[in-house]
Design a protein around this ligand. Structure first.
Ligand code: F0G
Length: 351
């Protein structure tokens, strides 16, 4: 069979690239759409997970970053910058290496997961820990981008959203049409906006007969779309979506309204419960923020607000290895045994 060439080559005619654009790729996109029997059973729906943790740096950010870095390279940029709760910085750092660019990242002090920090370090990014939250980092990044020779690769850069819309294309290409509902976590609100762009484009071009309802879920302590305005001190264990002032506000509201969808909140407890269900029942290990969509879907089902029999896709945004502490902490220490088959069989309950 034909091998996957990265999303710019796969969807070239739907992306703002030309023959002159240098394609900076790590083979992103083409991620698995995995049927989820347990979540399907619990909801009475046909639920598939779009496993974005399978991207090269372990999150959906790579879809936007291959575009943003390729376009920055085309424009002659020597340096890129982003503010990040971790995944954007990991992705920017990796793609900047491929483009031969300097990568600067601003992260909220002490609030990013170790796996993500290790990636930015390994790829040689210049990392600043800002005394502030993600929203403060993004404010600084906007100003640095306006006043200094550095390209901003946060999702305020429209090339990011163009890259990320390809996830919706892949889902329709695989299912044969759009799902009834698409569910995903919402932080800075770029991804929900990008999926809506992708589904809308395919419906406009008659590749899909319809568009899904878009269901977004935020962490309860960081839910500006639920409260109706910015949250000044966002709090959640799901550090990836610890965001109080989302950049793509208007686009996300439009996605919700035009699709007849919703954006609601789930508690950290519900997020962790969905996180454990995904790893222990579905065999899919995601980071906590990535479980917010599943948590929200289960909440709607429990409250009797989810029509049964629907075909539903849920984006699980990042790999569980990014933030492994949540799997390790509180788990029992594996028993220590002698290097002896009989005792091992006994402890395993096989004997
Ligand atoms: N899930 C994960 C794992 C994320 O890293 C993010 C965002 C989201 C969901 C939310 O997506 O912002 O498009 O609504 N992470 C950004 C970062 C903010 O810096 O890595 P969104």
């Amino acid at each position: 069979g034909r091998h996957w060439r990265g999303l710019i080559e796969e969807y070239r005619d739907r992306l703002p690239v030309s023959a002159e654009t240098p394609v900076i790729t790590l083979g992103e996109g083409g991620t698995p759409l995995v049927f989820a029997p347990t979540v399907s059973e619990l909801t009475g729906c046909e639920v598939h997970l779009k496993v974005e943790g399978m991207n090269p740096t372990g999150s959906f950010k790579d879809r936007g970053m291959t575009m943003a870095i390729s376009k920055a390279a085309e424009a002659g940029a020597k340096a890129v910058i982003c503010g990040s709760t971790g995944n954007t910085s990991a992705s920017a750092a990796a793609y900047a290496v491929r483009a031969g660019m300097m990568c600067a990242v601003l992260i909220p002090d002490g609030k990013i997961a170790m796996g993500k920090l290790s990636q930015a370090l390994a790829h040689g990014a210049k990392i600043l820990q800002v005394a502030g939250n993600f929203d403060d980092c993004l404010t600084m990044v906007r100003e640095l981008g306006e006043n200094y020779p550095v390209a901003v690769v946060n999702s305020i850069n429209p090339d990011r959203l163009a890259g990320q819309k390809t996830a919706a294309f892949e889902i329709v290409d695989e299912l044969g049409d759009a799902p009834d509902v698409h569910v995903l976590p919402v932080g800075n609100a770029g991804n929900i906006s990008a999926y809506w762009m992708g589904y809308s484009e395919y419906a406009r071009d008659r590749i899909a007969t319809r568009r899904p309802r878009m269901f977004g879920f935020q962490a309860a302590g960081a839910a500006p779309f639920v409260s109706g305005g910015p949250v000044s001190h966002p709090q959640t264990i799901a550090t990836a979506i610890r965001i109080g002032n989302p950049a793509s506000w208007d686009l996300a509201i439009a996605a919700r309204e035009e699709s007849g969808g919703l954006i609601e909140a789930v508690t950290d407890r519900q997020i962790l419960s969905a996180y454990r269900l995904l790893s222990s029942q579905e065999g899919v290990f995601v980071e906590p923020a990535s479980a917010a969509g599943v948590a929200g879907l289960l909440k709607l089902a429990q409250e009797g607000r989810l029509e049964r029999g629907q075909r539903i896709t849920v984006t699980v945004t990042g790999n569980g290895l990014k933030d492994a502490d949540w799997a390790i902490n509180g788990a029992p220490q594996p028993p220590k045994v002698a290097c002896d088959v009989v005792s091992a069989a006994g402890v395993l309950g096989l004997a």
